[in-house]
Design a protein around this ligand. Structure first.
Ligand code: NAP
Length: 249
């Protein structure tokens, strides 16, 4: 059993997939969760499911690719929740294509959603966390950011950027007992991967490079993330934890 002491967490991309599993897992530990997603329906459904299960949740629709929208949402949120103890930067998109065919718009969209969003959320919540001398930040990166992946120059660069950001902020915030870690999923069954998970030929090709020979579940990533957010993980910072069935050893 992990210890959380009635903390409050904000999870981006909590409407579906990995972010939803993280929100549900933290709520199951008594954490109050703010569920962020792009569409109000999506984060609303997650918050409603958590409330129906007896947890505490609030839905917040924000386009994380828009720094001004984040600033406005944070200003409103801080009236109700002056301190966010736990931040999970999970929202992400793919706009895949080989470099010569990749548009600047696809490069910029992925950078804004996957990487620059982490800069904004962390700037807003990092200061109150450091003042409170307790905080947990977990950035959901990817094995693509560690190994690279043909067809994902934008995504791999953004995910590698998240690792650099994680390690730097771990050093900047360490003196105030705020930890910053990253989790790097491999192939996890969500909407993002349904195209090839549901395609037998593509699945077989991918599973050749996964030693555990199966796709991961969103809960596999959520369990690691919850541990990193707990009291018990207070001596761990600046690290990247792969949840990838052994893919990137
Ligand atoms: P997913 O099923 O596609 O869900 C993505 C979530 O992010 C959705 O809730 C979506 O909101 C939200 N989101 C996307 N763009 C947003 C924006 N501009 N503003 C606010 N919210 C936005 O993805 P997933 O597979 O759970 O992936 C979650 C994270 O894990 C991503 O960062 C992804 O890169 C990373 N990851 C996933 C895998 C994998 O195999 N699935 C592997 C490695 C890393 P809506 O619901 O409103 O659309």
């Amino acid at each position: 059993m992990l210890t959380f002491n009635k903390r409050t967490a904000l999870i981006t991309g909590a409407g579906r997939g990995i972010g939803k599993a993280i929100a549900e897992t933290l709520a199951g530990h008594g954490v109050t969760v703010i569920c962020v997603s792009k569409s109000a329906d999506s984060c609303g459904a997650t918050a409603a499911a958590i409330a129906a299960a007896g947890g505490k949740a609030k839905a917040l629709a924000v386009d994380v690719a828009d720094g001004a929208a984040i600033a406005k949402a944070v200003e409103e949120l801080q009236k109700e929740f002056p301190l966010i103890d736990i931040l999970v930067n999970n929202a992400g998109i793919t706009r895949d294509g080989l470099l010569f065919r990749m548009s600047e718009a696809d490069w910029n969209d992925v950078m804004a959603t996957n990487l620059t969003s982490c800069f904004h959320w962390t700037k807003h919540f990092g200061r109150p966390m450091t003042r409170a001398r307790w905080g947990r930040i977990v950035n959901i990166t990817s094995v693509s950011g560690i190994m690279g992946n043909a067809g994902q120059a934008n995504y791999s660069a953004a995910k590698a950027g998240m690792i650099g950001l994680t390690k730097t902020l771990a050093r900047e915030f360490a003196g105030r007992s705020v930890t910053v870690n990253a989790v790097a999923p491999g192939f996890i069954k969500t909407d993002m991967t349904s195209g090839f998970v549901n395609n037998p030929e593509a699945s077989a090709r991918i599973l050749e490079v996964v030693p555990l020979k199966r796709f991961g579940e969103a809960a596999d990533v959520a369990n690691m993330t919850a541990y990193l957010c707990s009291e018990e993980a207070g001596y761990i910072t600046g690290q990247v934890f792969n949840v990838d069935g052994g893919m990137a050893m």
